[in-house]
Design a protein around this ligand. Structure first.
Ligand code: SAH
Ligand code: SF4
Ligand code: F3S
Length: 464
């Protein structure tokens, strides 16, 4: 169990340290988050604790007293970016020796990475893994006061620390983790090793948090977990609930809001869940259901526990029950031993389903996973050609789906300005982006729009 008094004691200690060593008025923290929404949600807890310790926040490392990168280990590319960006902090630390540079998150749970950081980046003072966040004040105290260099890992810790404060990034969109870790051990994936065993928050804590978010005006809540469909595993009998039951309960909360969730695993995606979405008031009509590969042979080698037909059966049921359901997926191209024929099965599945959009990845070997030991004879260049073929196929499908939306009306949540800055960007329940002209006051509000134009996969609309 977490000892709250102990945490508060450390917070006050760190505050004292800050008093002595602050460079400006208030010590500042710079946090950069890589990876998935789970990491984003974790960073919100880190920021919550830092705020309690008296820190303010800055969006550049140059004037920060505390610099933290929350890292992702899912593909090699993600790790390379972190190494590059950490290297760049060396001169900053030389200029301002009092700053504390820290790294946390999934990458840090890997022994070989922690060692590499220890050896190659002596200016990094603190390394901590997933599920160590509650100890941040204590760890910072040890670094700042005792002058220690710390490496702390926590993926084996199965406790859920419920009372860590959160400082949410959004004012109308919120992440709500309902479970942590993963037990699926897909053979390519590092997540179960760095996030530990699957554990669920109790229905009561999740529902109460959703209630308080809705009461304080949040318009979109996204429930998070590596496999939300297996929610509830390990809860005591009196608290047992399936994911479908959980979202049914949340859906009953009065208010004007949209409920999203991710990620769903096809092996646990029940008809009950699809019926729940279909009959709900607030649940989005978007289903993100990663299939990874269209080839049964490859799905077996990936340890995914479903086959192409089972996947298509869920898709058919979802299309039948949820009008205009918007489907998205993750796909891996070039899994070890995958042939061009296997890849063709992925392509044909993509054509058959008609996804709104896809998250596509070239297989990246992860140290310690079973797939990294499998024979992988296809060259990266070849895999990249297949990958481009997949992108081209999906581009046509997305363009067709967007063109079909022209002239129709949708309820959207306006999120802010587009990257180019002049128009507003909004999102449909199906998670499709619509750009529109409008007043700043619309940001954070639902409004009805008519789609006026589709440029490939970008939609333009006007408010009605
Ligand atoms: N828990 C989620 C997603 C986790 S990671 C799920 O099961 O769907 C997000 C995506 O990254 C995965 O769906 C997969 O498509 C991709 N991915 C994971 N490991 C990978 C690897 N080693 N190489 C390439 N892509 C990978
Ligand atoms: Fe990784 Fe599979 Fe777990 Fe998703 S379900 S996090 S892909 S092991
Ligand atoms: Fe990356 Fe960890 Fe998420 S490995 S994808 S940040 S769970």
């Amino acid at each position: 169990m977490q000892n709250r008094n102990e945490t508060e004691q450390y917070i006050s200690l760190v505050e004292q340290v800050m008093e002595i060593r602050k460079r400006g008025e208030q010590p500042l923290a710079f946090i950069r988050t890589y990876g998935c929404q789970q990491n984003v949600a974790d960073s919100e807890q880190v920021k919550g604790l830092l705020a309690e310790m008296g820190y303010g926040f800055t969006d550049t490392p140059d004037n920060a007293d505390f610099i933290l990168f929350n890292t992702c280990a899912v593909r090699e590319h993600a790790e390379d970016r972190v190494f590059g960006n950490v290297g760049a902090l060396k001169s900053l630390k030389r200029k301002h020796p009092s700053i504390l540079i820290a790294l946390c998150g999934c990458m840090m749970e890997q022994e070989h990475i922690a060692q590499r950081i220890h050896k190659s980046f002596p200016f990094v003072g603190l390394v901590f893994g997933t599920n160590c966040i509650h100890d941040l004040p204590k760890m910072m105290y040890q670094c700042l006061v005792d002058g220690k260099r710390l490496i702390v890992r926590g993926s084996q810790d199965t406790v859920i620390y419920e009372d860590i404060p959160k400082r949410r990034d959004g004012t109308f969109k919120a992440w709500l983790p309902i479970m942590y870790g993963c037990d699926n051990f897909c053979t390519y994936c590092i997540v179960p090793y760095v996030r530990g065993r699957e554990r669920s928050r109790t229905p009561e804590t999740v529902i109460n948090e959703a209630k308080s978010l809705i009461e304080s005006g949040y318009k979109e809540i996204t429930l998070l977990g590596q496999n939300v469909n297996s929610y509830g595993k390990g809860l005591s009998d009196d608290k047992k609930m399936t994911f479908a039951q959980l979202i049914t309960e949340i859906d009953k909360i009065e208010g004007d809001y949209l409920l999203r969730f991710m990620t769903s695993h096809p092996k646990d995606c029940s008809k009950e869940l699809i019926d729940t979405i279909a009959n709900s008031k607030h649940i989005s009509t978007h289903l993100h259901l990663p299939f990874q590969s269209g080839s049964d042979r490859i799905l077996k080698r990936m340890n995914r526990h479903y086959d192409r037909e089972k996947y298509l059966e869920i898709i058919r049921y979802a299309k039948e029950k949820i009008p205009n359901v918007s489907l998205t997926s993750d796909i891996i191209v070039g899994f070890p031993g995958e042939t061009y024929e296997d890849f063709q099965e992925t392509l044909s599945l993509v054509e058959e389903v008609g996804f709104t959009s896809l998250f596509t990845f070239i297989y990246s070997p992860r140290k310690g996973t079973p797939a990294s030991k499998m024979d992988d004879p296809i060259s990266y260049e070849e895999k990249n050609r297949w990958f481009q073929e997949l992108l081209a196929t999906q581009e046509k499908i997305s363009a067709r789906r967007c063109a079909d939306m022209v002239g129709r009306q949708y309820r959207v949540l306006v999120e802010g300005y587009t990257n180019h800055g002049t128009e507003l960007q909004a999102r449909t329940s199906g998670n499709i982006i619509v750009e529109l002209q409008g007043n700043e006051n619309l940001i954070g509000q639902f409004c009805d729009v008519e789609v006026t134009e589709a440029k490939n996969w970008i939609l333009k609309g006007k408010t009605i």
